[in-house]
Design a protein around this ligand. Structure first.
Ligand SMILES: [Cu+2]
Length: 330
């Protein structure tokens, strides 16, 4: 009989799950998965059912508390490195100038919350690093020899980028005698060992209370520039990245920067295609962040691509198709 077969199909994997997962969290997730989908239960992320939700209330609240800042039009200039520069040695100093219609927008990490406005800094097509205090340069350390790009854009405390023209800047340069030895420990200017700050979503460990704290910086992974034409359509992946915990996992934002490309919903020809864990492709047709809910605990891969009318990835040095792994901890 149909019903009993259905029950059998549903209960067998559910049983397997109850043996495999012992934590109550895992069981709660499984219960959710059963409620949300008609697929067989499984502890793997594959069963997660994501849906787009509106901007979370807590972000609306933060936004309201910021006065006019969200309407700012920050304009960045990359002072250093200069376009086409050759940098000797593996440490690349990034100096930025911030101007424009700021309406109170100023990058700074509030020591009490570990949050604040900041700049997203992207070497080649690596995950971004957060840069808070523009008064001193951000050091990209251990940069490998060869051609590189840096992309920067202004960001809000919740990592949503400012999308006005001028917020985004890009520079190409070459490193001679670079580093790229990823096995070397990360050290700061003053030689202190840094905390592993692979996760920018969480407040980084505050620098120790030494009298002369080192500037911001990060040991970079080895990479070189793609063959990017900055006059061609370019998608810059920004979020999600890193680790999400607790309430931050309720709704996770996808955000990106677009250059030389208008999306279909904005009157253009392009679409941004995304998929999670290799699942069904979905589309973003307006250049604004989206929030996805329904994440289950574990590692997830998020892929963002810029595609044309026919659904083909627009090639630009490989930067227009980017995958990142994130970790969701409930
Ligand atoms: Cu950020």
């Amino acid at each position: 009989m149909k019903l009993s077969r259905l029950l059998l199909v549903l209960s067998a994997p559910a049983l397997a799950v109850s043996f495999a997962g012992c934590s109550s969290d895992m069981n709660a997730n499984t219960a959710n998965a059963n409620a949300n989908t008609n697929a067989a239960a499984s502890p793997t992320p594959a069963v997660q059912s994501l849906s787009v939700v509106e901007r979370p209330q807590k972000i609306k609240d933060q936004s309201a508390q910021r006065g006019e800042q969200d309407a700012a039009a920050p304009a960045l200039t990359i002072v250093e490195p200069k376009e086409g520069a050759t940098v000797n040695g593996s440490t690349v100093k990034l100096n930025l100038k911030l101007a424009g219609d700021l309406k109170g927008y100023q990058p700074h990490k509030d020591p009490s919350t570990g949050m604040g406005n900041h700049i997203h800094v992207i070497l080649d097509n690596q995950p971004y690093e957060a840069y808070y205090e523009l008064g001193q340069p951000f050091e990209l350390r251990n940069v490998s020899e060869g051609a590189h790009t840096i992309r920067v854009f202004a960001s809000r405390p919740w990592h949503e980028s400012y999308k006005n023209e001028g917020s985004f800047q890009m520079v190409s340069f070459t490193v001679k005698g670079g580093g790229g030895d990823a096995s070397k420990p990360t050290t700061t200017n003053s030689g202190q060992k840094m905390a592993d700050n692979s996760n920018a979503a969480k407040p980084a460990a505050s620098p120790s209370a030494s009298p002369a704290p080192a500037g911001e910086g990060k040991d970079m992974q080895p990479s070189t520039a793609g063959a990017v034409d900055r006059k061609q359509p370019l998608l810059t992946y920004s979020r999600p990245k890193g680790e999400y915990k607790g309430a931050d996992t309720d709704a996770i934002m996808i955000d990106f920067w677009l250059s030389n490309a208008k999306l279909q919903g904005d009157g253009g020809d392009y679409r941004v295609r995304y998929s999670v864990d290799g699942g069904e492709a979905k589309y973003i047709d307006k250049w604004e962040p989206i929030w996805l809910t329904g994440w289950v605990a574990g590692k997830h891969t998020v892929k963002l691509e810029l595609v044309d009318k026919s659904g083909n990835v627009v090639d630009n040095g490989g930067y227009n198709s980017t995958s990142r792994e994130i970790t969701v901890t409930k």
